[in-house]
Design a protein around this ligand. Structure first.
Ligand code: ADP
Ligand code: MG
Length: 319
């Protein structure tokens, strides 16, 4: 059932985000109207968060709002696109200020950071579900794709891996951590992923293929390899682990989380060896950290330290 609550839209969602010059009509009409700059392609992505599936029940409304937009920004980051607008489909059990205020605050904090405008959406009653559709731009023909990896490409990831997976164990009380700083850090990594938009943009001239890590490194890396029947050789010592992972859990558990746990929203990408130095120079100058974790191989399957693990780790599967 629709909530005929224009006051809700006006109060919480209208005129709360930066305004963009490409927007001719935003919230309020039957549809939004935008222009696409010359020689640019429109890049579109959509992601849904369902309570209990994509975030634990105790997640704060602020974090839910933040994450709903972050996961979409991450998809545009993986495409090397500049985010511009987004739309919000909100299904709520009830319309409550105590929920809507912090939810929109989380959503709009990130919208402001990335200078993107909310241009429309839909509001309905039902089990808590948040869908964001995001739109951005990339110069025609220049967007990064999952396809394009080549044998001998170096495989890189941004940031550190496995933190959100550890955060989920803590959030769902499957694990308790003694170090409160480490606990705070991994929960932050779970609830406030940092979409790597700037890095995605810088990778455009260098990367042969790219993806964001939502389902776990093994699962998402295989999306770069399988279309070309390629494989990979990874070194487990090369996996970037945060201080929280390094100091609070056994190393083998940390590595397993880094390989398999989802929700980190880091980027995984491949680059030809001859472009590597130029790429690293550019990233270092901008103080972005990336780590080389292995090499693309003509031999199918993923090997960690020489052992084939392709069947062991399938990532998060909904069905
Ligand atoms: P319609 O009945 O034509 O679908 P709606 O009542 O759903 O219109 O929406 C009215 C306006 O408010 C539209 O411009 C729509 O895009 C916008 N809108 C509705 N829900 C949201 C939301 N949750 N966030 C942002 N904009 C919204
Ligand atoms: Mg509508």
């Amino acid at each position: 059932m629709k909530i005929p609550e224009f006051t809700l839209i006006d109060q919480y969602f209208k005129n709360k985000t930066p305004t963009r010059k490409e927007v001719l009509l935003g919230i309020g009409d039957d549809a939004a109207l935008v222009t696409v700059p010359a020689h640019q392609h429109l890049v579109l992505a959509m992601d849904t968060l369902v309570e209990g599936v994509h975030f634990p029940l105790q997640t704060t409304p602020f974090d839910i709002g933040y994450k709903a937009l972050a996961v979409n920004l991450s998809d545009l980051a993986a495409m090397g696109a500049t985010p511009a607008f987004f739309m919000l489909a909100l299904t709520l059990p009830k319309a409550e200020t105590d929920w809507l205020e912090p939810f929109s605050a989380g959503l709009f904090e990130l919208a402001k950071m990335h200078n993107i405008q909310l241009i429309g959406g839909d509001t309905t009653r039902g089990p808590l579900t948040i869908t964001v559709q995001i739109q951005g731009f990339a110069p025609a023909g220049k967007a990064l794709k999952r396809t394009g990896a080549k044998p001998k490409d170096s495989i890189y990831v941004t940031g550190t891996l496995g933190d959100a997976g550890l955060g989920l164990l803590v959030a769902t009380e499957k694990m308790t951590m003694i170090n409160s700083k480490a606990q705070e850090f991994v929960l932050q990594r779970l609830n406030r992923p940092e979409p790597r938009v700037d890095i995605g943009l810088m990778l455009r001239p260098f990367a042969n293929s790219a993806i964001d890590i939502s389902d776990g490194l093994m699962a998402d890396l295989s999306h770069l390899l399988k279309p070309h029947s390629l494989g990979a050789d990874l070194e487990s010592d090369a996996l970037p682990l945060s201080w929280a992972m390094n100091n609070t859990i056994p190393l083998d558990m940390a590595k397993k989380l880094a390989l398999t746990a989802g929700d980190d929203y880091e980027l995984c990408f491949t680059v030809s060896p001859e472009k590597e130095d130029l790429m690293l120079d550019a990233l270092n100058k901008a103080q972005h950290t990336v780590t080389r974790i292995g090499t693309v191989s003509e031999l199918a399957g993923v090997r960690v330290n020489g052992y084939d693990v392709s069947d062991d780790f399938l990532g998060y599967q909904h069905f």
